[in-house]
Structure formats: C-alpha cells, structure tokens
Write a protein that binds this ligand. Sequence first.
Ligand code: BGC
Length: 805
Amino acid sequence: MRYGHFDDGAREYVVERPDTPLPWLNYLGSGDYVALVTNTGGGYSFFRDARLRRLTRYRYNAPTDAGGRHVYLRDDEAGTFWLPCRELAGYRCRHGLGYTAIESARDGVAVETTFVVPPDATYELWRVRVRNARRTSAALSLFAGVEFCLWDAHDDATNLQRNLSVGEVEVEGATILHVSEYRERRDHFAWFTCSAETAGFDTQRDAFLGPGRGFDAPAAVVRGACSDSIAHGWQPCGVHHVRLVLAPGEEGEIVFALGYSENARDAKFDEHGRVDKRNVPAILPGAADAALAARSAEWDERLGRLQVETPNVHVDRMVNVWNQAQCMVTFDLSRSASLFETGVGRGMGFRDSSQDVLGFVHLIPERARERILDLAATQLPSGGAYHQYQPLTKRGNDAIGSGFNDDPLWLVLATCAYLKETGDRTILDEAVPYDNAAGSETPLREHLDRALSYTVERIGPHGLPLIGRADWNDCLNLNCFSEEPGESFQTVGNREGGVAESVFIAALFVLAARELGGERWAAAAAAMEDAVRAHGWDGAWFRRAYDHFGAPVGSAACDEGQIFVEPQGMCAMAGIGLDDGRAAAALASVRERLLTGHGVMLVQPAYTRYRLELGEITSYPPGYKENAGVFCHTNPWIVIAETRIGDGEAALDLYLRTNPSAREDVSDVHRCEPYVYAQMIAGRDAATHGEAKNSWLTGAAAWSLVAVTQWILGIRPEHDGLRIDPCLPRDWEGFTATRVFRGATYRIRVRGSGRVDALLVDGERVEGSLIPLQPPGAVVEVETISYTPEGQWSASAVRAAASST
Ligand code: BGC
C-alpha cells in the first residue's frame, strides 16, 4: 500500500494523506539554518547546532506529529476553524528539494502553505496562499505560530525550575522577538514576523491556548482573536493573527518568517535599551518565490554533476534525486537531528561523518575538504579518535564513548575519496592539529599514517586488531561486561587488559591501507590479510571477532550469532578472498543465511538472551537493530562485494531490496518515508519484519549511492581518471549517464551488460575502462566497447568458477 507517489519530473514526493504511518519528514536549509518539516508542518528548527541553538520546541515521542509550525484557518462568519496542514479534504503534501508545500481545501477555501529556507539565509519562510473558491466573499482569519525553545534543547526539556522564569519577548509591529537570556550572555535572538498587517498577536503560550487546551484547538482561534499577551517567563511563543476578506475567486498571500539573528556584543541594544534589530531582514511579499527559484537552480547545478538513465526507475529516481539529497543531509547533520535523533544526544560522529563524505564529495568538494580537516583536527595524537564532536565548537568529546578502534580508519577512506574526486593533493600538506591543540600541527598525511599505525600498534593474540570499545558495530561491546541497568554500553569502563579482536577492523585496515598506498602500507595490508586468512576464516564465511576469552564470534561453532554480515562485505571490498574463492563462498553463505525479501540481516541466528561478553547487541529483542535487523548501512557493502566477484544479478537484486522507492508499494509495512533510507528494517525474527526505523540520518545513504553508482553502474573516480567498469544484470542493455568530474563533463553511454574492454572517448579508441583525464570545461562523449556484450562473465559463470576452486 502507498500513501503517495513520486513526481519525478518535479523532483517531489507527493504525500496524499496527512495520516501517514509515521510523520514523513523533509529537511530545508543546509549549513547554518536547518528546518525539519513533516508532511503536517511538524518538526523543529535550529541554527547550526540542534542542541545549543534550538529555535523551536519539539515534543519527543509524542503520540502524534505535534508541535512545530501551527497554522489555523478560521471562517469568521461561520465561527469554524481548521488546520490546513493536517486537513484531510483536498490534502496533498509535496516534499521537494529544499521546500515542502502542503495543500488542502475545505468549505470552499483552499490553502497552500509552502515552507522554504532561502540559500544562505538564517530563516525559514512560510508562504500561505488562501484562495476563496466560494461564490460569495469570505471573511477569514489566519493564525500562524511557533513555540520557542529556550535555546539549549536539553535544558529546555529538563531544567524547568529555572527556565520557566527566564522567558522574555519583544514585539515591534508585526515582528515578535524571542529574547530569553539575551539580557545576559546570549548575543542571539529568534524572531517571527509577518509580511502583512496583523490584527493581533500572542507571545504567552497559555494565553493563546487557554487553560487546559492544546494546539489542536487554541482558545484564541476558537474565539477569533489573540489577546496581545506578552510572555514573562513560562512558555514564550510567537503567534500572528491576520484577517483576510477575499472576494469570490480571489487569492491572498501572506508570508511568515521565523529566523535567527546575532548581534555584536557591543551592539546588542539600541538607544532605547531594546534589542538592536538591524540584522533582522525585512520580509517582503514575494520573498518565498525568489527563494524557491534559487533553491531549484541550486539543485539543478548540484544534481547535474551525476545523472543516470537506466532501465530501472528506482535506480534512476534514487540516484538522480533522493539519494543525493539524503547524502547532503547526512553530510550536514551526521546523526544529530531527525525525528529519531533528538538533536540533544549526538554531535557529529567521527566514523559517521567520515563515511558521509563518500556519498557527498562529488556534490560540493570544497565542503568535503573542510569537513575532512575538521575531523582530522579532533584526532588524538595517538592516531585514535573521539567518537564525536559538537558542530558549534568543532571540539571532540567522549560523551558517547571513545576508543572505538575502527574510528580513525574511516578518515583515511574519506580523504582518499576526496583525492580521487578532486585530484587536490594539497590537502595532504595542510597543517592540522591533534585534539585542536595549537602547536601540535602536522600535515594531514601524517594524521592518516597515524590512523593506520593506531591499528598496527593494537594487535591481539591472533594477529588481528584489538576491537577497543567496539568497531563499526557500536553494539558489539566485547570489553564491556555491563551488569548495571541503564549503564551506557559505550561508556562503561572497559575490562582491563582486553584482548578482544575484530576481523572487521582487520578488513577495514586492509582496505584503508591499500587506498592510501605506499610500500609500508602495502606490506602491512598483506600481513593483515594473512592474519585474516589464518584466523578470520570460518570454513564458509569470515568470522566476526574474538571475544575477551579468545572465543570466536560469528562462527559455526557458536550456538547463536554464527554469521555476521559486516566482515563478508568488508573483506571482499578490501580484496580479501577474491583470488581463492572465499569471498564468493562467503557471499553464498550471506544469501543462504542472511538474505530476506527486505534485505540482508546483520546476524543469524539472532541472540535470544543477554550475553555479558557481547554487550548491547544482545540487549535488543531478536530482529531489531544490530541484533539481526536488516541494518541498511551494511547492505551496500554486500552489493559492492557482489560486484567484486562479478555478480551483477545479485548486486542489483540486493540493491533493490533496500532501495526506498522500490519499497514504496509496501509503505504500510515499511512505514518510514519511501524516498529516503532508514537505518534499520526489522529482521525476520521480529514480529514487525519489514518495518523501518530511524529514517534519514544513516550511513546507508552514502554507501548505497557509492554501491549503485560506482560499483553497479561502475562510474568510479580514480586518481588518474574516471573508470567505467559496470557490473550489470544480463538483461540490461546498458544505460547512459552524465558525470561532471574534475571540471569536465562526461556523457557516458554504456552498451550491453558485459565487462568493458575498451572505450571510445570522443571517437578515439582507448583500451581498458579508464577514461584518461580531460581538461576542465571539456564535454566528452564516451561509449563503451565490450567483447562479451551480454555479460556472460557475470553471475553463474563466476559462481561456477568459485565452487571449482
Ligand atoms: C551509528 C554508526 C554505527 C552503526 C552500527 C549507528 O547508529 O551511527 O556509527 O556504525 O549504528 O552500530
């Protein structure tokens, strides 16, 4: 069952009813000002840091999509009112790139509310168009409001004894300013303004709502008038009331704006001791139209760098629009602010943000460069890493743990992806501090060497890397041994002298060392590969780890948790087992034991009881999260692995199982948005098999884009040029693509589904599959030549070859 449809031409997902199984979210803005907007106008807004500069209050875990942006339409003659963003009649919500427009029509009045953040603005616009479709004139009232957050979202929700007394506002004309704490140490304030003359306002929430009432039926709206309340403490809000009299067929347009401004410390107040408002922009009618046009042009340019036309609509719309848009959001926000990530818990994750670069670097390489340097600046002198940093300060912290021994290796992958995309090797010479300490700077290249050394210096009894707190799988806590309820598995003290080892880190190390290159790291990678062959192979798949007692994890010898997905993907990606048939055998085991219709599960059999020596993974009920959920992040690793063994059928098949668009028909089961990846889909052991959770902020975005574009379609940036090395299902007759790479535009036509043996580059034959670098500005036509155009080299041939070794 669906709740909407894709409008590919408009680059929109059109939600057809307000009561989707979960609120379906969109992100507006990027960089400084971010607005989360659901299909009923819910969500929250913040400036740079979702915890420390929160503009609007959000109620976590509420039974409905409550809060956020409140819009009411009142028929002043009939005395009735409704919520046009939640109204069933004539409802339609168009989530587009950088905007959301919600329409409904009731009692002969059509309302369209469009939310957009203009590029580079620190505010959001709400353009409300009201059209009178009646035969008679209509006397209407529009109420629009927000509930302000007292800046620190955590404090706002917890420290009521203080913050119910600090709320302050100012009102000037049609502008309401939220100035709590501005009198003392804050130099910033929020404002909510309106392009039209207003009939009244409220800034005290309970005056607007009335005693014992909620936002569904505020007393002021019922009554048809605000009370011009001024908030002194309690819950400051901003509500404008605008009256409209519309002739038959007439349309009125009002623009509201919610924004953030800062003043210099010595210029905070005007001559009357009131807030200096010089940085509050005037919002003119028409502001939203200009913003929408600017956003559209921006996305044309951005997405124009990578566009494909393939035989599969789900590939096309995810690659061309939504997957790239999601990569932009994960790049901006890491795992900090969504409807599942509250914005108060996590900052920018070191490993998460490093991986997000992989799916983003082609979009805005300069921002990727800056991010890589920011991440490296939080690295510790040991080469290790904090697990996260706060975006406002860019300082690392161990609030959610430290000593995850995989963390630093991802920085190597991010940097290598940047080097391949841009060819800008000057980044390696940038002087970057450790732990942000002035005077500790070394060239970035040294940071990467230290990241790899960090692994080599922490080797366990089997010659495999020590896992530390955990590796990519945050919940595989092999040194934790937690017996206290409520204790964080990630921060509780490690058991002394831990010797638990990770096969996954070993494979990740091999991949990273080979990516970085050089004799030293080639030798280290070879040695590590030997260790994986000697102690990481279980007979039919790669083992996952060795626990504190030296017992294998992810082995046929285990009673539960016999096979894990992560090392099967990462080993093949690193090239381990490609030449001896182990990778193919491991992938066959994945298909046999982990594959479901909803994607590949993380582990099988699921753990059915808590195990002290394994940690959080065994805390989840079977089928959820790391305990045998379909952890979407890991699925593209298997997709890439399938291409590494040349199985284009299996690669595309698996890719489509977690592709959100391909799951649209089962939206009632999936429940999350059908246009973006979710972190997890409940596995086969779960009662709700197929149900997604934690949409938007997941490494599945970057890795899925990498898997499908670089490995299935095979358009892969390399140091010396652009590789065209697809691995396609046999029934594809090729595809076309446009890729902007180092300033040149490549128009690519892949013919057939076979291995690419040669290329025609502007008509010139080039042997192999690497397009030599073309000058910036060039527009280059590329065609592929294949000696086996039907793709006999793939699938069954490879499997047969593997089983005969
Ligand atoms: C974290 C990732 C982690 C994954 C698997 C996610 O919630 O953000 O860093 O790799 O879970 O545990």
